[in-house]
Design a protein around this ligand. Structure first.
Ligand code: SF4
Ligand code: SF4
Length: 487
């Protein structure tokens, strides 16, 4: 009897498939006229939420403390895009390290892809600063001041009165203050904590660019968390957009167990109805969702895997005496077949690519020199001929990638008959994180110049230790065949 009801309901749902899939034609946060629908998610609570609070405290402490952490007196992380200077874990990367940065980024992207293929959007729910600030900071302040979803909805509909003015003003003031704090932290990651403090200490008129930067950042963060909110994940974030191609049937996501839950139906006199699944259609999972979706429709791009629906549904299951986990971390295949398969050919393929890129990165880092030397022939010159000697003129540029002054020496490694002469004859002193340009000659006895182009290898030394080698192209006269034979 019970199974007949199940089959009938499934048939009916199949016939109504078109209407069931209608949720794919629109998003929950925009009405038919294209107007924004404001989401009032119910306050989340439960095991996952408590763990997310712990993770948030750790991550936000690291985020705000990050600019103050120093390694070798250098910031842990500095992303100075304007001056194209990046410090990662105390290690400086210059524009000359472009290849290294590119490989690092490729490794990062492959890692993100691999991680997403296996574990879905764990990043979005647990680690992304947008979700952490939105759900665990700004939303919590909203609950604290305005109450839970129903109270917020009521307050918004009310005419302006003393209570509404007080609550809305207090909330927005705190939002602005937190946005100012985030803006200063972002600035510290861009230009360093000392320069950020310098901007703050001076009147705006003395550092107008820094002041405009801080005000703009504050405006952006306030707009993002007070107004734009979940739209950042739904409509803007490229990572969110990529979910459609990254997730597979074996990816672990926050998922509704439709095998167990369907056909859904309300309790009768607070008792489960025979023949129906475990979902009692209470809509609590929908009410807590910060992106306004119904997870029972399946994996959707709007789902940031915040786990609020897991907690809400577990609570319901406990109350009706059913096992927890109707909504849980699961893959589609694990729900369908009961088998959780993490290692798939796709995962193996991405793992190999990641290992290869990390290998290249490791090699590049190990062989990375503290100094970057560029040697180029002075434009417009070929060679000069002195009695018995051919001379070439070069421009040289040294970039010191370290935080200490460097005293360098440049010598010819090969061929042994080539000699180098610095034009100014001085030692090469390069300030910390600085650059020095110079001019030098390479001279080779004419009888040794057998080809139009000779490669001269130069070694750059500090305190007798070779830091790197660099090749210089030496141009000489083209010898006639008879001359070459005679030589
Ligand atoms: S919270 Fe659970 S029981 Fe309630 S509607 Fe959602 S899936 Fe069904
Ligand atoms: S569906 Fe669940 S996990 Fe996904 S965003 Fe909504 S509440 Fe969070």
């Amino acid at each position: 009897m019970g199974s007949n009801i199940k089959i009938d309901v499934r048939k009916e749902r199949l016939q109504n498939k078109n209407s069931e899939d209608e949720f794919r034609d629109s998003i929950a946060t925009v009405d038919e006229a294209g107007k924004r629908l404001w989401i009032y998610p119910k306050k989340p609570s439960g095991k996952f939420h408590r763990w997310r609070i712990v993770v948030t405290i750790i991550l936000l402490s690291l985020l705000f403390g990050g600019p103050f952490i120093k390694i070798n007196n250098q910031p842990l992380l500095l992303l100075n895009v304007l001056e194209r200077k990046f410090i990662i874990f105390g290690q400086t990367f210059w524009p000359q390290d472009f290849v290294l940065l590119a490989v690092t980024l490729i490794a990062f992207f492959v890692f993100v892809i691999l991680f997403t293929v296996v574990f879905g959007r764990v990043w979005c729910g647990w680690l992304c600063p947008q979700t952490l600030f939105m759900e665990m900071v700004f939303r919590k302040i909203e609950y604290w001041i305005e109450g839970d979803a129903a109270a917020q909805r009521r307050l918004s509909k009310e005419k302006w009165n003393a209570e509404k003015i007080f609550k809305k003003t207090s909330k927005q003031t705190i939002f602005i203050l937190i946005s100012i704090l985030i803006a200063h932290t972002a600035m510290a990651y861009l230009i360093g904590v000392e320069r950020t403090f310098a901007i703050v200490r001076k009147p705006p008129s003395e550092n107008i660019a820094g002041f405009i930067g801080l005000v703009s950042f504050t405006g952006i963060f306030y707009g993002l968390f007070a107004k734009f909110r979940e739209q950042a994940c739904i409509a803007v974030c490229p990572y969110g957009r990529l979910q459609g191609v990254l997730l597979g049937k074996n990816s672990i996501v926050v998922a509704y167990d439709w095998i167990r839950g369907e056909p859904r139906g309300h309790l009768k006199k607070d008792q489960p109805v025979a023949g129906l699944g475990d979902c009692i259609d209470c809509h609590l999972c929908v009410h807590v969702c910060p992106t306004g979706i119904d997870i029972r429709n399946g994996t959707q791009m709007e789902c940031v895997n915040c786990t609020a629906c897991i907690d809400a549904c577990d609570d319901v299951m406990v109350k009706i005496g059913k096992p927890k986990g109707l909504i849980r971390y699961a893959s589609i295949n694990s729900i369908t077949n009961g088998v959780l398969k993490l290692i798939t050919p796709r995962v193996i393929g991405y793992t190999f690519v990641l290992l290869a890129v990390v290998g290249i990165l490791g090699f590049a880092l190990i062989t990375r020199s503290d100094v970057e030397t560029t040697v180029l022939k002075v434009p417009g010159t070929l060679y000069q001929r002195e009695p018995g000697i051919i001379t070439n003129l070069y421009n040289v540029e040294f970039v010191n990638k370290t935080f200490n002054e460097m005293n360098l020496e440049i010598k010819v490694e090969a061929p042994s008959f080539a000699k180098i002469y610095r034009v100014d004859g001085k030692g090469i002193v390069i300030p910390a994180e600085g650059m020095v340009k110079g001019i030098f000659f390479i001279k080779i006895p004419e009888e040794k110049v057998l080809m139009a182009r000779t490669v001269v290898t130069l070694g750059v030394y500090q305190n007798g230790k070779q830091l790197e080698t660099v090749n210089a192209k030496f141009i000489g006269p083209v010898k006639k065949a008879s001359d070459a034979k005679r030589d």
